[in-house]
Design a protein around this ligand. Structure first.
Ligand code: PLP
Length: 244
C-alpha cells in the first residue's frame, strides 16, 4: 500500500509550487526542508527514497540516534533546534551541512574553534526572534546586524542567511509581520555589504504558515506535521530553554 507520507509530500510540494506561481516566484527558489523530530528513521527513509532529501532535526541526541539508520541514503542534513555549546562537538560528528539556529556570538565562537581544529567549514543561518516571544530563541531584530558583522569575522563559518519561527497566531497579518521583518533584515544586511556574508537563504514558514512565508520571500520552508502527522510531544519540549 502506498504510504500516506508520499501523498502528503506530493500535496505539499504542489502547494509550494502553486504558491510560488501566485506570488510570481520561480518554484525552484523555494526548498522543502522536512522537520523530522520524533519521526522514526524508517518513515524518514520513505521521504528520502522518494527524492525529498533535505531533512532537519532539533536535538543533537536524536540526530545521533537516527544517524546510523540514514547515513547510507544520500541527504542534506540541517540542524534547526536550540544549540548548547557543550553539544557542538557531538553535532559535528553527524555530517550536518547547515546549522540554522545560531543566535549568539559565544556559540559561534565555540563552533568556529572546533571547526578550525578539525580544518572544516560549515554553513549557518542566523536565527532571529521576530515574534519577540520570550519562549522563542533567536537574536533580537535590533541586534541582528551587529551579530552578523561579528560572526562574519570567524573564518570557518559561512553565513548563508536568516531563519525565524513566526508568531503562533491565527491572526495572519501578525504572522506576516514576522516574515516581513526577516525579509527587511535580509535587505538591510545585503545593503551593509559585509565581506564573507551571503544572504541568499530565508528559512521561514512551517506547516501552518508556509504560504504566508513564501509570499514574503522564504527560500526554505520547514515542514513537519503536514507531512508526517501530529507529534506526541508538545513543541515546548523542543523549544523551551529549561527542557532543551
Ligand atoms: C518542528 C519545527 C518545524 C516544523 O513544524 P510543523 O508545524 O510540524 O511543520 C519547523 N521549524 C522548527 C524550528 C521546528 O522545530
Amino acid at each position: 500500500m502506498r504510504d500516506i507520507i508520499l501523498d502528503n509530500l506530493e500535496f505539499i510540494q504542489k502547494k509550494i509550487t502553486a504558491c510560488c506561481l501566485q506570488n510570481h516566484r520561480d518554484p525552484k527558489e523555494v526548498k522543502l526542508l522536512l522537520a523530522t523530530k520524533t519521526v522514526h528513521p524508517a518513515r524518514i527513509q520513505i521521504a528520502l527514497s522518494a527524492g525529498y532529501t533535505c531533512i532537519a532535526e532539533n536535538k543533537v541526541q536524536e540526530l545521533g540516534k537516527k544517524y546510523d539508520h540514514l547515513k547510507n541514503s544520500p541527504h542534506n542534513s540541517h540542524f534547526i533546534g536550540h544549540l548548547q555549546s557543550n553539544k557542538i562537538k557531538y553535532l559535528l560528528q553527524y555530517d550536518v551541512g547547515c546549522i540554522q539556529s545560531i543566535d549568539r556570538l559565544d556559540l559561534a565562537q565555540k563552533l568556529n574553534q572546533k571547526l578550525k581544529a578539525d580544518n572544516r567549514f560549515i554553513d549557518i543561518l542566523i536565527q532571529v526572534n521576530t515574534s519577540r516571544e520570550e519562549s522563542k530563541f533567536g537574536v533580537s531584530p535590533e541586534k541582528t546586524l551587529d551579530l552578523v558583522r561579528q560572526i562574519a569575522l570567524l573564518d570557518n563559518i559561512r553565513i548563508k542567511g536568516l531563519m525565524t519561527i513566526g508568531l503562533f497566531s491565527t491572526n495572519k497579518e501578525k504572522v506576516r509581520e514576522c516574515f516581513r521583518l526577516l525579509k527587511n533584515l535580509q535587505l538591510a544586511i545585503i545593503k551593509a555589504d559585509i565581506p564573507h556574508v551571503s544572504m541568499e537563504e530565508l528559512s521561514m514558514g512551517m506547516s501552518g504558515d508556509y504560504e504566508i512565508a513564501i509570499a514574503e520571500g522564504a527560500t526554505i520552508v520547514r515542514i513537519g506535521t503536514a507531512i508526517f502527522g501530529a507529534r506526541i510531544y508538545p513543541d515546548s519540549y523542543y523549544w523551551n530553554e529549561t527542557r532543551a
